[in-house]
Design a protein around this ligand. Structure first.
Ligand code: TGC
Ligand code: FAD
Length: 394
């Protein structure tokens, strides 16, 4: 397949750039440039082959995309949440799988080690994860416990100077290539605890998941624990209970709220350009009202979502955002992006189903994005519970 030229121009219908600082704009431009140069030319081929482009791990580490809000002393960026969000937007504008790799590394692996880990754990793992020397993964979901992680059966038993870990996790992003895994399991008191596993521990394997039609350029796998000896110093000492992993999910869901918007922007921008170039009935298809309706609705939804994630970023940086607000933004961005991808694909007619354009890949990727980190319906129920006070989960 020919090397792609990335012509992306971001929509900014309400001058939202004026809400961003010079630093935010610099970060955005740097990540956008990276995506144009290193991701767009290759990602379709990797997705078609269902292969993970391993080189992006070091590249994103060098660019500062891993753990941007983690303090500088541990190798992070020490940046605010808008900076983090805008990085995720730009990465997912390229491909949801690329953003996934960064979300998992930063929010699901570095965040818990920083927030819940010991000083020794922070010093050992964070700099190598930040630089991309090591790749991490996060194991919460199990074969029989997806939306209800509190029912997990993976468990540890005290064996003196170490624990013995048994069980399995599935659908784990980065698993087949990760050196480090943050894993959640129940102890003998039935409490959920977190721990850090390293590749090579006896009894710990990471079989790859084949046959995905979505996130094909991201590696997904299982984590299988067969009497794995986990040294006691590998337990995350500063958290117990489901709030540990859910706290990580709040950070990652925040990144997805920005990220899915990036995919939506790319679909809109591609469809807009196509509508000016494609001639049918002697006119550019953009002259037809039905096509204009699609584009007008896309840019309206993108603008509303841009304002929502920007405001959420301000609240996150001030430490004032609630997990429920994050759920609303994750759900909204995924919904609008999924709808925009579908409409944009139709606007490209037959060309829309090919790898010549990014839209079909985004559309398929977004089916995972709207499912992982809490499904669309789970986030709706979180909002429903927040506004009514009634729990409709159980
Ligand atoms: P519930 O009783 O509501 O809560 C248990 C404790 O957790 C606290 N909590 C939160 N804390 C921080 N952030 C959040 N978002 C929180 N939500 C709840 C809560 O206050 C409570 O604390 P405490 O002190 O009282 O113990 O728990 P529940 O068992 O009723 O479950 C609630 C539910 C369904 C909302 C939750 O379990 C859920 O969100 N389910 C969805 C599961 C999910 O999102 N899994 C994601 C797996 S990781 C993943 O998909 C990575 S993809 C990465 C990629 O490739 O980008
Ligand atoms: P289920 O929980 O079985 O849900 C099935 C359906 O039932 C859904 O529509 C759901 O909304 C609905 N449902 C469930 N409960 C209720 C209820 N109470 N009320 C109404 N409807 C309900 N997990 C990790 O731990 N780490 C990862 O890195 C990771 N990466 C992933 C990568 C990919 C590509 C995918 C697809 C998933 C990944 N996941 C990961 C797992 C992901 O978080 C789960 O798939 C997700 O949480 C849903 O769980 P489930 O698939 O078991 O669906």
């Amino acid at each position: 397949m020919a090397v792609k030229t990335d012509l992306f121009v971001s929509p900014d219908y309400f001058n939202i750039d004026e809400l961003l600082t010079e630093e935010h704009l610099m970060i955005r431009d740097a990540v956008r440039e990276y995506v144009k140069k290193e991701i767009s030319p290759i990602i379709e081929d990797y997705a078609q082959r269902a292969e993970f482009p391993q080189q992006i791990v070091k590249q994103m580490g060098d660019l500062g995309c891993f753990g941007p809000t983690v303090p500088v002393e541990y190798g992070g960026g020490g940046l605010d949440y808008i900076s983090y969000g805008i990085m995720m937007q730009e990465l997912e504008r390229g491909d949801s799988g690329v953003r996934s790799t960064a979300s998992v590394q930063g929010s699901l692996v570095m965040f818990p080690i920083h927030a819940y880990g010991s000083e020794a754990q922070r010093n050992k793992y964070l700099p190598k994860l930040a630089s991309g020397e090591w790749l991490g993964c996060f194991g919460l979901t199990e074969p029989d416990h997806g939306s209800n992680p509190s029912g997990m059966v993976t468990n540890i038993k005290d064996a003196g100077d170490h624990y013995i870990l048994n069980g399995a996790k599935m659908w784990i992003s980065n698993a087949p290539f990760a050196q480090v895994a943050v894993v959640w399991a129940k102890n003998e008191q039935d409490e959920i605890v977190g721990m850090i596993l390293e590749r090579g521990m006896e009894g710990f394997t990471t079989p790859i998941t084949h046959g995905k039609w979505s996130l094909r350029a991201s590696a997904t796998g299982e984590l299988v624990f067969d009497n794995v000896k986990v040294p006691k110093e590998n337990i995350l000492p500063n958290v117990k209970g489901l709030k540990g992993p859910l706290g990580c999910l709040t950070k990652a869901r925040y990144g997805i709220a920005w990220g899915a918007l990036g995919a939506a922007m790319d679909c809109y921008d591609t469809a807009l350009r196509y509508s000016k170039e494609r001639i049918q009935f002697d006119k550019p298809i953009g002259q037809f009202q039905l096509q204009q309706k699609k584009l007008a609705e896309m840019v309206t939804e993108i603008t509303k979502a841009q304002l929502m994630v920007w405001r959420l970023g301000v609240l996150m940086s001030a430490g004032k955002a609630t997990p429920q607000q994050v759920s609303m933004a994750k759900r909204n961005s995924c919904e609008i992006a999924t709808n925009i991808a579908r409409d944009a694909r139709q606007m490209l007619g037959g060309m829309g189903i090919t790898g010549e354009y990014s839209i079909m890949r985004h559309m398929m990727n977004l089916e995972s994005v709207i499912t992982y980190e809490g499904t669309h319906d789970i986030h709706l129920l979180i909002t429903g519970m927040d506004v009514t006070g009634f729990n409709a989960f159980k």
